[in-house]
Design a protein around this ligand. Structure first.
Ligand SMILES: [Cu+2]
Length: 72
């Protein structure tokens, strides 16, 4: 699981764009986005790297990304 804060994901439209782009990565099984909290949480198989997820968020047009370390 990867978690990020995407500060420039400010509305439902942004959240949908991020979800769509990240969902396209092979191995990604779930993407949850919350524009109110700026949270993006991605469930993926181990071959999916954090960098690949960040690149997909960039591709959607969002750049203000910080990594949230998993609590577990
Ligand atoms: Cu928006």
């Amino acid at each position: 699981m990867y978690a990020f804060k995407v500060q420039d994901m400010t509305c439902g439209g942004c959240a949908a764009s991020v979800r769509k782009s990240v969902s396209r990565l092979p191995g990604v099984t779930a993407v949850n986005t919350d524009p109110a909290t700026r949270d993006v949480v991605v469930e993926a198989s181990p071959e999916v790297t954090r960098e690949a997820v960040i690149a997909a968020i960039n591709t959607a047009g969002y750049r203000e990304i910080t990594v949230v370390e998993a609590a577990s």
